[in-house]
Design a protein around this ligand. Structure first.
Ligand code: GLY
Length: 388
């Protein structure tokens, strides 16, 4: 295939105008303390995490308090909350870390701990961790005694801007990601961006891919701000604003369509092919972080957007260049194409076996329920291999 799109890469460059941030603030689009009631979920961009947590716990009357951590967040993050009086009596449940353990065995261990330590329908669970903890803890809360209240306190960028917000909970099953789960929003989600100061670079970029997606589905200013952000020497005050904006984009969509019948599918941009990369990597015992798979999926799905819905080539190229520079590449060759295609047929958005894509006409102009035949999907995979 001739990769003619890529030759435009140095064409028009969209730059971020700092004044746009103050415009968001002036228009109250991005209040510094973002407190937004989404369905039953309140999302707070914390100024003082201890106080926010204390208040969130007080807003959820309960008979017994549980706090779920993985081995890492138990060691590194829980001590930061040690002085909170409301947590003194909390029962700790500690699980093994990472997506590998987001399974039925770990879920069963959490149910077991809740049950044997006297949790009732009126108990409250706090999930302190990355997306694995908030997904699995949220699903444990959704199912224990048909549902108990929970609070998410995400500690990774991926969990802050995606997993912990929006009410999707679940576990992996049968080799498929998030195969079993429920829509069950937390009572509160507390975003404490100070946790990001100690996040390793790979986990930083994993979360940043979801922010990039939020930029692409929302507006040019946000997208340009993300592409121009100095990821080598992050300005954490600016990052906090971008996280707030990103969560706001997600919340606005989830509010309109909490159960993903329509517009929530926009949040799946990059994920149809991204999940296939992620599953292939897992099957071949070379797992990749979710956000990396999403970033690589965005490369293919922006190519499809150019081809099928007229997305501007220069914006695709600018985004592809950012991904290439920061995410490296995922190796596969044409022998993997059929396997990748088969994995795409499991996507939750599909109906009647037809692969469903979310594509873009422009930054912020979303084209839902797009299809592409096998040859076109393979062409997108060719494009990826040629330019990455
Ligand atoms: N992660 C996509 C969604 O929450 O819908």
């Amino acid at each position: 295939m001739i990769c003619y799109f890529y030759s435009f890469i140095r064409a028009q460059r969209y730059t971020f105008q700092p004044e746009i941030l103050s415009l968001w603030l002036k228009n109250d689009v991005l209040p510094l303390t973002l407190s937004h009631i989404m369905d039953k979920q309140e999302v707070i961009l914390c100024e003082d995490p201890a106080k926010s947590l204390e208040q969130a716990i007080a807003r959820c009357p309960h008979d017994k308090l549980f706090i779920l951590t993985d081995e890492h967040t138990h060691r590194l993050c829980l001590p930061l909350l040690a002085d909170i009086p409301a947590l003194q009596e909390a029962e700790e449940i500690i699980i093994a870390p990472e997506d590998l353990h987001k399974n039925l065995d770990t879920l069963s261990a959490v149910w077991q701990a809740l049950s044997s330590r006297g949790a009732t329908r009126h108990s409250l669970l706090i999930n302190l961790g990355g997306g694995m903890v908030t997904d699995l803890g949220g699903f444990a809360a959704a199912t224990f005694k048909r549902g108990i209240a929970y609070i998410n306190l995400p500690t990774t960028l991926l969990a802050m801007v995606d997993a912990a917000v929006g009410g999707k909970t679940g576990i992996n099953f049968n080799g498929l990601k998030n195969e079993i789960g429920a829509f069950y929003p937390a009572k509160s989600v507390l975003l404490e961006t100070a946790f990001l100061r100690t996040l390793d670079r790979r986990n930083f970029f994993s979360g940043y891919a979801e922010m990039l997606k939020h930029g692409l589905i929302s507006d040019t200013a946000h997208w340009a701000a993300l592409l121009n952000f100095d990821t080598m020497q992050p300005d954490y005050a600016l990052l906090k604003l971008l996280v707030g904006r990103s969560v706001q984009v997600k919340e606005n969509i989830v509010q309109q369509d909490p159960h993903e019948h329509g517009i929530r599918k926009a949040l799946n941009l990059g994920h149809t092919i991204g999940h296939a990369f992620e599953s292939l990597a897992l099957a071949e015992d070379r797992p990749v972080l979710h956000g990396y798979a999403v970033a690589w999926g965005l490369v293919c799905e922006l190519y499809l957007s150019c081809l099928k819905t007229g997305f501007p080539k220069d914006k695709m190229q600018q985004t592809v260049r950012f991904i290439k520079e920061n995410y490296g590449t995922f190796f596969f060759d044409c022998k993997h194409y059929d396997h990748l295609y088969e994995l795409m047929t499991h996507d939750k958005k599909n109906t009647a076996g037809i692969i469903n894509f979310t594509l873009l006409r422009e930054v912020g102009d979303i084209a839902l329920n797009q299809t592409a035949d096998k040859d076109t999907i393979f062409e997108a995979l060719d494009f990826y291999r040629e330019c990455m």
